[in-house]
Design a protein around this ligand. Structure first.
Ligand SMILES: [Fe+2]
Length: 385
């Protein structure tokens, strides 16, 4: 029997209208002063207004930090923390894609722990409880509303800092498909493929366990079926709902079984070339799957079957059909290539060795079913252009 730990938010409320339960949940947590963390677009488009109104209606004082304008950085966290100290907020409410939620997680523990964010890189380094966090995702991708992980970019060092701690798990996740209806096609594709990558990597990870297996396969099933529908029919609430469910399931899975080589390699691309996370994952996923299949044909064959593909009699063939299906899906979703985003061979060559070192240092590649050497990671980066 395997030994495992499974962590999840104490409360997950899912479905249309779930976000409007924010006031009720804030009251249940005993909060009086909420800091709402979001991005400038969601603030100006009025997406946060009903959420703010619900908090005010339940008697909370609300401050807003809306300056998360890229993937989350140390500066965003410093700005958010400054406002938290000024307001003496006793609750954080994050509304947005992975970025505002990740900034809120970092703010939540820096509000109650000494030192600087760099002190807490790695696994379970946070000594004191964080402020409670209610996470309200507006994209179907990161699953950050249900993970104990935050990734904050140190721009000066060109490093994406990975912090994993049960203390930053949101206390409440309000997962509302109505909030994802406005996502443009490009964002739907990139975030949805991030979720699919979480699900596949969680299932083939060396740290996979019985509960994450169930969630990862369920996520693969709903994402492969519904992501193309959500992409082609942005107003289809059922497809949006299923895609968001898949992203949540994938988040719960990878937060407990870890991601693997794709994510390990994806972070240095994001840190150095500022490519959105979902797009760098999509660029890597097909080639990294091809490389990794021999490490565990049986699990990759199960991935293919979860995608709805027929069993071809031999795991190796079935597994390969899954990798091919993933590449077709990425093509169907019109994801831009890395080259189109300015990552050329000439720009890659001087930094590719450091990227491979950073990928290995993150620890994620160690969970891959087939271990990659630094030289193999360099070759994979080159092959993905
Ligand atoms: Fe991811």
């Amino acid at each position: 029997m395997t030994n495992f730990i499974f962590r999840a938010p104490p409360i997950i409320r899912f479905g249309p209208g779930a976000a409007l339960k924010v006031g009720e949940e804030a009251r249940r947590l005993g909060a009086k002063k909420a800091l709402l963390i979001t991005d400038a677009f969601l603030a100006s488009a009025g997406v946060i207004d009903p959420i703010r109104q619900e908090l005010v209606a339940k008697g909370l004082e609300v401050a807003v930090f809306s300056e998360v304008n890229t993937e989350p950085t140390i500066d965003h966290v410093a700005g958010s923390l400054k406002l938290q100290k000024a307001q003496k907020s006793d609750l954080l409410v994050a509304v947005g894609g992975g970025s505002p939620i990740d900034v809120a997680k970092a703010t939540s523990f820096l509000a109650t722990n000494p030192g600087v964010i760099q002190d807490y890189m790695g696994l379970e380094k946070i000594p004191h409880n964080a402020l409670p966090l209610i996470a309200v995702p507006t994209t179907a991708g990161t699953g950050s509303e249900a993970t104990a992980t935050t990734i904050i970019t140190d721009v000066a060092a060109n490093v994406k800092m990975l912090i994993i701690s049960s203390r930053i798990m949101p206390q409440v996740a309000l997962v509302d498909p109505n909030l994802t209806l406005g996502m443009p096609k490009g964002l739907t594709a990139a975030t949805g493929l991030d979720a699919l990558t979480h699900a596949i990597e969680a299932y083939v990870s060396k740290k996979a366990q019985p509960i994450t297996d169930l969630l990862a396969l369920a996520a693969i099933r709903v994402l492969v079926k519904n992501l193309p529908v959500a992409f082609h029919e942005p107003g289809n609430l059922e497809a949006r709902s299923q895609t968001l469910l898949g992203a949540l399931q994938a988040g719960l899975a990878f937060s407990n079984s870890s991601v693997a080589l794709v994510h390990g390699m994806s972070r240095p691309i994001g840190a150095l070339f500022h490519v959105p996370h979902g797009i760098s994952n999509a660029a890597l996923l097909g080639k990294v799957m091809d490389f990794s299949l021999p490490g565990d044909y049986a699990r990759y064959a199960e991935v293919a079957r979860a995608m709805g593909l027929p069993d071809l009699g031999e795991d190796q063939k079935t597994a390969q059909s899954g990798a091919t299906r993933v590449s077709q899906l990425i093509a169907e979703l019109e994801v831009p290539t890395l080259t189109a985003l300015g990552v050329t061979k000439a720009k890659l060559e001087p930094v590719v060795a450091k990227m491979a070192e950073d990928a290995l240092a993150s620890g994620s590649p160690a969970n891959n079913p087939r271990l990659a050497t630094k030289e193999e990671i360099i070759s994979l980066y080159q092959a993905c252009l």
